[in-house]
Design a protein around this ligand. Sequence first.
Ligand SMILES: Cc1ncc(COP(=O)(O)O)c(C=O)c1O
Length: 407
Amino acid sequence: MNNDDFLSDPQSLVIHGDLDWDNPETDDTALAPAIYPASTYSARNSAEFAEMANQPRHSRYYARYGNPTQERCERLLARLENAEAALLMSSGMGAMSTTLFAHARAGDHIVAQTTHYMGTAQMLTDLLPNLGVEVTLVDQRDSAAFAKATRENTKLIVVETPSNPTLTLTDLAAVADFARSRGITTLADNTFASPINQHPRDFGIDLVLHSATKYLGGHSDLIAGVVCGNREAVEKIWARSIVLGTNVSPFNAFLLLRGLRTLPMRVARQNENALALGRFLEAHPAVTRVHYPELASHPQHELAKRQMQHGGGVLSIELKGAPGDETGFQAAKNFVAALKLAKHAVSLGGVETLVVHAASMWEASLPPDKMERAGIVPSLVRIAAGLENAQDLCADMEQALQASEIR
Ligand SMILES: Cc1ncc(COP(=O)(O)O)c(C=O)c1O
Protein backbone atom coordinates (compact mmCIF):
# COMPACT_ATOMS: atom_id res chain seq x y z
CA MET A 1 0.00 0.00 0.00
CA ASN A 2 1.19 3.52 -0.57
CA ASN A 3 0.28 6.89 0.87
CA ASP A 4 -2.57 7.48 -1.59
CA ASP A 5 -4.42 4.33 -0.46
CA PHE A 6 -5.29 6.15 2.77
CA LEU A 7 -6.73 9.27 1.18
CA SER A 8 -10.25 8.23 0.22
CA ASP A 9 -11.89 10.21 3.05
CA PRO A 10 -11.91 13.99 2.38
CA GLN A 11 -10.62 14.82 5.86
CA SER A 12 -7.55 12.57 5.36
CA LEU A 13 -7.14 13.93 1.84
CA VAL A 14 -6.98 17.59 2.90
CA ILE A 15 -4.32 16.82 5.51
CA HIS A 16 -2.02 14.79 3.23
CA GLY A 17 -3.20 15.15 -0.36
CA ASP A 18 -0.80 17.93 -1.36
CA LEU A 19 2.31 15.82 -0.72
CA ASP A 20 3.93 14.09 -3.65
CA TRP A 21 4.97 11.52 -1.06
CA ASP A 22 5.79 8.54 -3.24
CA ASN A 23 8.05 10.61 -5.50
CA PRO A 24 11.63 10.27 -4.14
CA GLU A 25 12.60 13.54 -5.90
CA THR A 26 10.01 15.59 -4.04
CA ASP A 27 11.19 18.56 -2.05
CA ASP A 28 7.90 18.98 -0.20
CA THR A 29 8.55 16.83 2.85
CA ALA A 30 8.02 19.98 4.93
CA LEU A 31 4.50 19.58 6.36
CA ALA A 32 3.77 23.26 5.88
CA PRO A 33 4.78 24.51 2.44
CA ALA A 34 7.49 27.10 1.88
CA ILE A 35 6.42 30.46 0.45
CA TYR A 36 8.60 31.42 -2.54
CA PRO A 37 8.40 35.19 -3.02
CA ALA A 38 10.81 35.00 -6.00
CA SER A 39 9.56 36.67 -9.17
CA THR A 40 12.15 34.80 -11.25
CA TYR A 41 14.29 31.63 -11.10
CA SER A 42 17.75 31.06 -12.58
CA ALA A 43 18.67 28.25 -14.97
CA ARG A 44 21.92 26.32 -14.65
CA ASN A 45 22.35 26.03 -18.42
CA SER A 46 20.50 26.80 -21.64
CA ALA A 47 18.93 23.36 -21.88
CA GLU A 48 17.42 23.83 -18.43
CA PHE A 49 16.24 27.33 -19.38
CA ALA A 50 14.48 25.95 -22.47
CA GLU A 51 12.78 23.34 -20.32
CA MET A 52 11.64 25.95 -17.80
CA ALA A 53 10.28 28.29 -20.46
CA ASN A 54 8.11 25.78 -22.30
CA GLN A 55 5.05 23.69 -21.65
CA PRO A 56 4.21 21.67 -19.64
CA ARG A 57 4.23 24.50 -17.17
CA HIS A 58 7.12 24.79 -14.82
CA SER A 59 6.61 26.20 -11.32
CA ARG A 60 10.16 27.61 -11.16
CA TYR A 61 10.56 29.97 -14.10
CA TYR A 62 8.80 33.32 -13.65
CA ALA A 63 6.14 33.90 -11.00
CA ARG A 64 3.41 34.92 -13.47
CA TYR A 65 3.73 31.37 -14.85
CA GLY A 66 3.36 29.70 -11.44
CA ASN A 67 5.19 29.07 -8.19
CA PRO A 68 6.01 25.98 -6.10
CA THR A 69 3.55 26.81 -3.28
CA GLN A 70 0.79 27.09 -5.86
CA GLU A 71 1.80 23.77 -7.44
CA ARG A 72 1.46 21.99 -4.11
CA CYS A 73 -1.93 23.56 -3.40
CA GLU A 74 -3.14 22.66 -6.91
CA ARG A 75 -2.29 19.00 -6.34
CA LEU A 76 -4.76 18.90 -3.45
CA LEU A 77 -7.42 20.98 -5.21
CA ALA A 78 -7.39 18.64 -8.23
CA ARG A 79 -7.86 15.62 -5.97
CA LEU A 80 -10.70 17.30 -4.09
CA GLU A 81 -12.56 17.74 -7.37
CA ASN A 82 -11.69 14.27 -8.76
CA ALA A 83 -9.71 15.93 -11.52
CA GLU A 84 -6.34 15.33 -13.14
CA ALA A 85 -5.14 18.92 -12.76
CA ALA A 86 -6.00 22.30 -11.25
CA LEU A 87 -4.99 25.87 -11.98
CA LEU A 88 -5.01 28.31 -9.10
CA MET A 89 -5.57 31.94 -10.05
CA SER A 90 -5.83 35.43 -8.58
CA SER A 91 -9.58 35.33 -7.74
CA GLY A 92 -12.78 33.53 -8.61
CA MET A 93 -13.36 36.11 -11.34
CA GLY A 94 -9.76 35.70 -12.50
CA ALA A 95 -10.46 31.98 -12.90
CA MET A 96 -13.83 32.59 -14.59
CA SER A 97 -12.63 35.25 -17.05
CA THR A 98 -9.50 33.27 -17.96
CA THR A 99 -11.52 30.09 -18.53
CA LEU A 100 -14.08 31.93 -20.68
CA PHE A 101 -11.33 33.59 -22.75
CA ALA A 102 -9.65 30.20 -23.19
CA HIS A 103 -12.83 28.73 -24.69
CA ALA A 104 -14.43 31.43 -26.79
CA ARG A 105 -13.33 33.81 -29.48
CA ALA A 106 -15.29 36.18 -31.76
CA GLY A 107 -17.90 34.18 -33.69
CA ASP A 108 -18.26 31.50 -31.00
CA HIS A 109 -21.39 30.90 -28.93
CA ILE A 110 -21.83 30.15 -25.21
CA VAL A 111 -24.95 28.89 -23.41
CA ALA A 112 -25.28 29.96 -19.77
CA GLN A 113 -27.94 30.59 -17.11
CA THR A 114 -30.13 33.57 -16.33
CA THR A 115 -28.87 33.44 -12.73
CA HIS A 116 -25.13 33.62 -12.16
CA TYR A 117 -22.86 35.41 -9.73
CA MET A 118 -23.03 39.06 -10.86
CA GLY A 119 -19.40 39.22 -12.03
CA THR A 120 -19.93 36.16 -14.22
CA ALA A 121 -23.23 37.60 -15.46
CA GLN A 122 -21.43 40.81 -16.47
CA MET A 123 -18.79 38.84 -18.37
CA LEU A 124 -21.52 36.91 -20.19
CA THR A 125 -23.91 39.73 -20.98
CA ASP A 126 -21.54 42.63 -21.49
CA LEU A 127 -17.82 41.96 -21.92
CA LEU A 128 -17.94 38.83 -24.12
CA PRO A 129 -20.76 40.04 -26.44
CA ASN A 130 -18.79 43.28 -26.93
CA LEU A 131 -15.88 41.14 -28.15
CA GLY A 132 -18.05 39.27 -30.65
CA VAL A 133 -18.91 36.19 -28.57
CA GLU A 134 -22.62 35.35 -28.66
CA VAL A 135 -24.21 34.25 -25.39
CA THR A 136 -27.67 32.74 -24.85
CA LEU A 137 -29.03 32.64 -21.30
CA VAL A 138 -31.53 29.95 -20.31
CA ASP A 139 -33.62 29.18 -17.23
CA GLN A 140 -31.42 26.68 -15.39
CA ARG A 141 -34.43 24.82 -13.95
CA ASP A 142 -35.31 23.66 -17.48
CA SER A 143 -32.60 21.15 -18.47
CA ALA A 144 -33.94 20.85 -22.02
CA ALA A 145 -33.46 24.59 -22.51
CA PHE A 146 -29.67 24.15 -22.58
CA ALA A 147 -29.96 21.71 -25.50
CA LYS A 148 -32.49 23.90 -27.32
CA ALA A 149 -30.21 26.94 -27.08
CA THR A 150 -27.11 25.29 -28.58
CA ARG A 151 -26.00 25.99 -32.13
CA GLU A 152 -23.32 24.75 -34.52
CA ASN A 153 -20.84 27.26 -33.06
CA THR A 154 -21.57 26.57 -29.35
CA LYS A 155 -18.22 26.00 -27.65
CA LEU A 156 -19.11 26.11 -23.96
CA ILE A 157 -22.01 25.60 -21.53
CA VAL A 158 -21.60 27.47 -18.24
CA VAL A 159 -23.60 26.48 -15.15
CA GLU A 160 -23.59 27.52 -11.50
CA THR A 161 -25.39 25.34 -8.96
CA PRO A 162 -26.64 26.24 -6.41
CA SER A 163 -26.63 29.70 -7.95
CA ASN A 164 -26.07 33.01 -6.24
CA PRO A 165 -28.21 34.33 -4.51
CA THR A 166 -31.41 32.32 -5.06
CA LEU A 167 -30.02 28.80 -4.44
CA THR A 168 -31.54 27.60 -7.72
CA LEU A 169 -30.16 24.28 -9.01
CA THR A 170 -29.04 23.00 -12.40
CA ASP A 171 -29.26 19.29 -13.27
CA LEU A 172 -25.56 18.55 -13.76
CA ALA A 173 -26.01 15.07 -15.26
CA ALA A 174 -28.61 16.24 -17.78
CA VAL A 175 -26.46 19.14 -19.00
CA ALA A 176 -23.26 17.08 -19.08
CA ASP A 177 -24.84 14.14 -20.95
CA PHE A 178 -26.20 16.36 -23.68
CA ALA A 179 -22.99 18.43 -23.97
CA ARG A 180 -20.80 15.30 -24.24
CA SER A 181 -22.97 13.95 -27.04
CA ARG A 182 -22.33 17.18 -28.97
CA GLY A 183 -18.67 17.62 -28.05
CA ILE A 184 -19.36 20.87 -26.14
CA THR A 185 -17.21 21.68 -23.09
CA THR A 186 -19.05 22.18 -19.79
CA LEU A 187 -17.98 24.46 -16.95
CA ALA A 188 -19.63 24.39 -13.48
CA ASP A 189 -19.13 27.03 -10.78
CA ASN A 190 -19.17 24.84 -7.65
CA THR A 191 -18.42 27.66 -5.19
CA PHE A 192 -21.69 27.50 -3.21
CA ALA A 193 -21.64 23.72 -2.73
CA SER A 194 -17.87 23.28 -2.17
CA PRO A 195 -16.22 19.94 -3.05
CA ILE A 196 -17.56 18.55 0.22
CA ASN A 197 -21.20 18.78 -0.88
CA GLN A 198 -21.02 18.26 -4.64
CA HIS A 199 -18.66 16.81 -7.27
CA PRO A 200 -19.75 18.05 -10.71
CA ARG A 201 -17.14 15.88 -12.44
CA ASP A 202 -18.88 12.75 -11.11
CA PHE A 203 -21.85 13.79 -13.27
CA GLY A 204 -19.72 14.30 -16.39
CA ILE A 205 -18.94 18.04 -16.14
CA ASP A 206 -15.53 18.86 -17.73
CA LEU A 207 -14.33 21.89 -15.77
CA VAL A 208 -15.12 22.78 -12.15
CA LEU A 209 -14.50 26.29 -10.90
CA HIS A 210 -14.42 27.82 -7.42
CA SER A 211 -14.02 31.21 -5.91
CA ALA A 212 -11.42 29.86 -3.45
CA THR A 213 -11.99 33.10 -1.54
CA LYS A 214 -15.07 31.37 -0.06
CA TYR A 215 -15.22 27.84 1.46
CA LEU A 216 -11.84 26.62 0.21
CA GLY A 217 -9.94 29.42 1.98
CA GLY A 218 -12.59 29.62 4.67
CA HIS A 219 -11.20 32.40 6.86
CA SER A 220 -12.11 35.61 4.96
CA ASP A 221 -8.42 36.42 4.56
CA LEU A 222 -7.51 35.65 0.95
CA ILE A 223 -8.69 36.12 -2.64
CA ALA A 224 -8.14 33.26 -5.08
CA GLY A 225 -9.90 31.13 -7.68
CA VAL A 226 -9.36 27.69 -9.15
CA VAL A 227 -10.40 25.65 -12.16
CA CYS A 228 -10.05 21.84 -12.18
CA GLY A 229 -10.24 19.40 -15.09
CA ASN A 230 -8.26 17.17 -17.42
CA ARG A 231 -4.59 18.12 -17.74
CA GLU A 232 -4.87 19.17 -21.36
CA ALA A 233 -7.85 21.45 -20.68
CA VAL A 234 -6.19 23.03 -17.65
CA GLU A 235 -2.95 23.65 -19.59
CA LYS A 236 -4.99 25.44 -22.25
CA ILE A 237 -6.44 27.77 -19.59
CA TRP A 238 -2.95 28.26 -18.11
CA ALA A 239 -1.72 29.43 -21.54
CA ARG A 240 -4.35 32.21 -21.34
CA SER A 241 -3.66 33.03 -17.69
CA ILE A 242 0.00 33.87 -18.33
CA VAL A 243 -1.12 36.42 -20.92
CA LEU A 244 -3.99 37.83 -18.84
CA GLY A 245 -1.79 37.91 -15.72
CA THR A 246 -4.34 36.13 -13.52
CA ASN A 247 -1.73 34.22 -11.49
CA VAL A 248 -2.18 33.68 -7.77
CA SER A 249 0.33 35.12 -5.28
CA PRO A 250 2.58 32.62 -3.44
CA PHE A 251 1.33 33.93 -0.09
CA ASN A 252 -2.32 33.40 -1.00
CA ALA A 253 -1.50 29.86 -2.20
CA PHE A 254 0.07 29.23 1.23
CA LEU A 255 -2.96 30.62 3.08
CA LEU A 256 -5.31 28.60 0.90
CA LEU A 257 -3.49 25.34 1.63
CA ARG A 258 -3.65 26.16 5.34
CA GLY A 259 -7.39 26.80 5.09
CA LEU A 260 -7.99 23.59 3.13
CA ARG A 261 -6.73 21.45 6.03
CA THR A 262 -10.06 22.00 7.83
CA LEU A 263 -12.41 22.24 4.83
CA PRO A 264 -14.54 19.11 5.51
CA MET A 265 -14.93 19.94 9.21
CA ARG A 266 -15.85 23.57 8.55
CA VAL A 267 -18.31 22.75 5.78
CA ALA A 268 -19.99 20.04 7.91
CA ARG A 269 -20.65 22.65 10.59
CA GLN A 270 -21.82 25.23 8.05
CA ASN A 271 -24.22 22.66 6.54
CA GLU A 272 -25.66 22.03 10.02
CA ASN A 273 -25.96 25.72 10.84
CA ALA A 274 -27.60 26.62 7.52
CA LEU A 275 -30.13 23.81 7.92
CA ALA A 276 -30.89 24.86 11.51
CA LEU A 277 -31.36 28.48 10.39
CA GLY A 278 -33.50 27.37 7.45
CA ARG A 279 -35.82 25.35 9.67
CA PHE A 280 -36.05 28.13 12.25
CA LEU A 281 -36.73 30.87 9.69
CA GLU A 282 -39.21 28.77 7.70
CA ALA A 283 -41.38 28.52 10.82
CA HIS A 284 -41.10 32.26 11.59
CA PRO A 285 -44.19 34.42 10.86
CA ALA A 286 -42.07 37.34 9.55
CA VAL A 287 -40.47 35.16 6.85
CA THR A 288 -42.47 34.41 3.71
CA ARG A 289 -39.99 32.12 1.95
CA VAL A 290 -36.75 30.27 2.60
CA HIS A 291 -34.54 29.17 -0.30
CA TYR A 292 -32.40 26.22 0.80
CA PRO A 293 -31.93 23.01 -1.22
CA GLU A 294 -31.92 20.66 1.78
CA LEU A 295 -35.39 21.77 2.89
CA ALA A 296 -38.30 19.76 1.48
CA SER A 297 -39.92 23.10 0.53
CA HIS A 298 -37.20 23.81 -2.08
CA PRO A 299 -38.83 23.26 -5.50
CA GLN A 300 -35.78 21.24 -6.65
CA HIS A 301 -35.31 19.26 -3.44
CA GLU A 302 -35.37 15.92 -5.30
CA LEU A 303 -32.57 17.10 -7.60
CA ALA A 304 -30.62 18.33 -4.55
CA LYS A 305 -30.85 14.82 -3.08
CA ARG A 306 -29.54 13.33 -6.34
CA GLN A 307 -26.52 15.54 -6.83
CA MET A 308 -25.62 17.10 -3.46
CA GLN A 309 -24.51 15.49 -0.21
CA HIS A 310 -25.89 18.43 1.82
CA GLY A 311 -27.46 21.81 1.11
CA GLY A 312 -24.33 23.90 1.78
CA GLY A 313 -23.77 26.91 4.03
CA VAL A 314 -25.84 29.53 2.18
CA LEU A 315 -29.57 30.14 2.32
CA SER A 316 -31.69 33.11 1.36
CA ILE A 317 -34.95 34.33 2.81
CA GLU A 318 -37.78 36.66 1.80
CA LEU A 319 -39.42 38.86 4.42
CA LYS A 320 -42.98 40.05 4.92
CA GLY A 321 -43.90 43.52 3.76
CA ALA A 322 -45.95 46.04 5.73
CA PRO A 323 -48.27 48.98 4.90
CA GLY A 324 -46.01 51.53 3.19
CA ASP A 325 -43.37 48.84 2.58
CA GLU A 326 -45.38 46.27 0.61
CA THR A 327 -42.33 44.73 -1.06
CA GLY A 328 -40.47 44.24 2.22
CA PHE A 329 -37.46 46.24 0.93
CA GLN A 330 -37.23 48.38 4.08
CA ALA A 331 -37.99 45.42 6.36
CA ALA A 332 -35.02 43.55 4.89
CA LYS A 333 -32.74 46.56 5.32
CA ASN A 334 -33.86 46.97 8.95
CA PHE A 335 -33.38 43.27 9.63
CA VAL A 336 -29.82 43.21 8.35
CA ALA A 337 -28.96 46.37 10.29
CA ALA A 338 -30.38 44.92 13.53
CA LEU A 339 -28.28 41.73 13.52
CA LYS A 340 -25.68 41.60 16.27
CA LEU A 341 -23.77 38.33 15.86
CA ALA A 342 -24.07 37.90 12.08
CA LYS A 343 -22.10 40.56 10.23
CA HIS A 344 -23.38 42.72 7.40
CA ALA A 345 -20.74 41.98 4.75
CA VAL A 346 -20.38 40.60 1.24
CA SER A 347 -18.81 37.19 0.59
CA LEU A 348 -19.46 33.81 2.18
CA GLY A 349 -17.76 30.62 3.28
CA GLY A 350 -15.73 32.11 6.14
CA VAL A 351 -15.92 31.16 9.81
CA GLU A 352 -18.26 34.06 10.59
CA THR A 353 -21.92 34.32 9.54
CA LEU A 354 -22.36 37.02 6.89
CA VAL A 355 -25.59 38.58 5.70
CA VAL A 356 -26.42 40.83 2.74
CA HIS A 357 -29.57 42.48 1.46
CA ALA A 358 -29.27 41.63 -2.24
CA ALA A 359 -31.49 44.43 -3.61
CA SER A 360 -29.50 47.19 -1.85
CA MET A 361 -26.21 45.58 -2.76
CA TRP A 362 -27.01 45.55 -6.50
CA GLU A 363 -29.21 48.69 -6.56
CA ALA A 364 -26.50 50.91 -8.06
CA SER A 365 -25.18 48.49 -10.67
CA LEU A 366 -28.17 46.42 -11.78
CA PRO A 367 -31.26 47.79 -13.58
CA PRO A 368 -34.61 46.49 -12.19
CA ASP A 369 -35.28 44.13 -15.14
CA LYS A 370 -31.90 42.40 -14.69
CA MET A 371 -32.47 42.26 -10.94
CA GLU A 372 -35.81 40.53 -11.54
CA ARG A 373 -34.28 38.10 -14.05
CA ALA A 374 -31.64 37.17 -11.45
CA GLY A 375 -34.48 36.36 -9.00
CA ILE A 376 -33.60 39.22 -6.66
CA VAL A 377 -36.88 40.31 -5.05
CA PRO A 378 -36.78 43.47 -2.86
CA SER A 379 -36.94 41.59 0.46
CA LEU A 380 -34.33 38.91 -0.37
CA VAL A 381 -31.64 38.50 2.29
CA ARG A 382 -28.73 36.10 1.74
CA ILE A 383 -27.36 34.40 4.82
CA ALA A 384 -23.98 32.63 4.68
CA ALA A 385 -23.71 30.51 7.80
CA GLY A 386 -20.44 30.53 9.73
CA LEU A 387 -19.26 28.22 12.48
CA GLU A 388 -20.95 29.88 15.47
CA ASN A 389 -23.36 28.03 17.76
CA ALA A 390 -26.63 27.44 15.87
CA GLN A 391 -28.81 28.50 18.83
CA ASP A 392 -26.91 31.78 19.13
CA LEU A 393 -27.45 32.40 15.42
CA CYS A 394 -31.20 31.67 15.65
CA ALA A 395 -31.47 33.94 18.70
CA ASP A 396 -29.73 36.73 16.79
CA MET A 397 -32.13 36.31 13.83
CA GLU A 398 -35.12 36.34 16.23
CA GLN A 399 -34.08 39.57 17.94
CA ALA A 400 -33.35 41.24 14.57
CA LEU A 401 -36.74 40.20 13.16
CA GLN A 402 -38.41 41.61 16.27
CA ALA A 403 -36.35 44.81 16.17
CA SER A 404 -37.24 45.40 12.51
CA GLU A 405 -40.95 45.24 13.45
CA ILE A 406 -42.03 42.95 10.65
CA ARG A 407 -45.61 41.84 11.28
C1 LIG B 1 -20.60 31.77 -7.12
C2 LIG B 1 -19.45 32.72 -7.23
N1 LIG B 1 -18.58 32.59 -8.26
C3 LIG B 1 -17.54 33.43 -8.41
C4 LIG B 1 -17.34 34.49 -7.53
C5 LIG B 1 -16.18 35.42 -7.75
O1 LIG B 1 -15.16 35.13 -6.84
P1 LIG B 1 -14.05 36.19 -6.36
O2 LIG B 1 -14.75 37.21 -5.51
O3 LIG B 1 -13.07 35.33 -5.62
O4 LIG B 1 -13.47 36.80 -7.59
C6 LIG B 1 -18.21 34.67 -6.46
C7 LIG B 1 -18.01 35.78 -5.51
O5 LIG B 1 -18.84 36.07 -4.67
C8 LIG B 1 -19.30 33.76 -6.30
O6 LIG B 1 -20.19 33.91 -5.31
